[in-house]
Design a protein around this ligand. Structure first.
Ligand code: ATP
Length: 349
């Protein structure tokens, strides 16, 4: 049986009259990486700060490695919680060497040297312990911050948008390194980001937060392919929504019939969640739509297409073909995988 590292039950936190974390519950297995995703201001940082002990919980319970660390009354101080934190601005000490930065949280002097050496090796900075932080690149500084947070062997590592100060190329490289490092160290981690691609890449599971609540938590593929709500579909991968009417042989839309059944309760109108690769152009049929824009994206063209009911959808096509705004096309569902179907914002497919 895998042990639980962290358990959060019905967490509530308000600032004044504003509920910022509003009934959040989840549990993490030892070694699991959770990517916590959501729009600005939805409460991600506050949730991390509640776990770390920088904020007091109003209601609920937080247990870390079988120890109660917070409930409505009790509050275990940060330094006793066995959590580590990595911030977006690295927060390493500029006047200390790399080795002294890593040793900072280690209480027992005897253990410092071997543990620092182990951490330097883990983050690929072997032999660089005597350097000062300014002699390192941004990516290397973030690895020092990670080594410092991991050195005291926290039960859980909390990372708050750790890559947002890195430029786009470096960010992709460093996120791979850090994901591999966390896996190698077997660390349980919560990784806050507002970048959905980063969340899908890093998380064993992804939690999408909205206005203080968890909208959905699950495997990356589940959130992407089986979003529980329209909000999730919209946030995870730029969905468009095509209105349709449920009929006996499928769902009738302005882009043709989607051969897909829904639950028995799903009579009436629905909205189908579609992404740019969910349509194909059919040159053997009469036009049912018109191109309104073409965005050249190198490998392909991203067309914005207007259906007869005025719905706008995006359709990705190979760059070898070039259609201009005003051209008539026939678009049809690619029909190669099931699509989410929403009624009143909830996926009923
Ligand atoms: P971002 O992605 O922009 O960092 P977030 O999802 O991390 O956002 P939080 O930083 O948790 O969101 O903030 C959630 C809400 O709580 C915001 O409206 C913020 O203004 C408010 N808030 C956060 N900390 C405090 C505080 N100490 N006092 C009052 N309001 C606060």
């Amino acid at each position: 049986m895998t042990e639980l590292s962290v358990q959060c039950e019905q967490l509530h936190k308000s600032f004044g009259s504003l509920p910022v974390v509003n009934g959040v519950s989840f549990a993490l297995q030892s070694g699991e990486i959770l990517a916590l995703l959501g729009p600005s201001g939805c409460g991600k940082t506050t949730l991390l700060r509640l776990l770390a002990g920088f904020e007091r919980l109003d209601l609920g319970r937080i247990t870390i490695a079988d120890t109660l660390v917070a409930d409505g009354q009790f509050h275990l101080p940060t330094e006793k919680r066995r959590t580590g934190m990595v911030f977006q601005d690295y927060a390493i000490f500029p006047h200390l060497t790399v080795a002294d930065n890593i040793a900072f949280g280690l209480k027992q002097r005897r253990q410092q040297r071997p543990r620092v050496a182990e951490m330097l090796d883990l983050v690929g900075l072997d032999g660089q312990g005597d350097k000062m932080p300014h002699e390192l690149s941004g990516g290397q500084q973030q690895r020092v911050a990670l080594a410092r947070a991991l050195a005291p062997e926290p039960v859980i590592l909390l990372l708050d948008e750790p890559f947002s100060n890195l430029d786009a190329n470096l960010r992709v490289q460093v996120r791979r390194e850090i994901r591999d490092l966390l896996r190698k160290a077997g660390t349980t981690a919560i990784f806050v980001t507002h970048d959905q691609e980063e969340a899908l890449f890093i998380g064993d599971r992804v939690a999408l937060m909205r206005a203080g609540q968890l909208e959905q938590i699950g495997r990356p593929e589940t959130l992407f392919h089986a979003p529980r709500t329209e909000f999730v579909a919209h946030f995870m991968g730029q969905s468009d929504f095509v209105p349709g009417i449920v009929a006996a042989d499928g769902i009738i839309t302005a882009a043709g019939i989607l051969q897909q059944t829904t639950g028995p309760a799903a009579a009436g109108t629905v909205r189908i969640g579609v992404r740019a690769d969910d349509f194909r152009f059919d040159w053997s049929a009469a036009p049912n739509a018109v191109i309104v824009a073409r965005d050249f994206a190198g490998m392909d063209n991203l067309y914005t297409v207007r259906l007869r009911d005025d719905t706008l959808v995006r359709v990705r096509q190979p760059h070898t073909e070039q259609l201009e705004p005003g051209a008539g096309v026939h678009i049809a569902f690619a029909d190669d995988h099931p699509l989410p179907v929403f009624q009143h914002g909830i996926n009923i497919a």
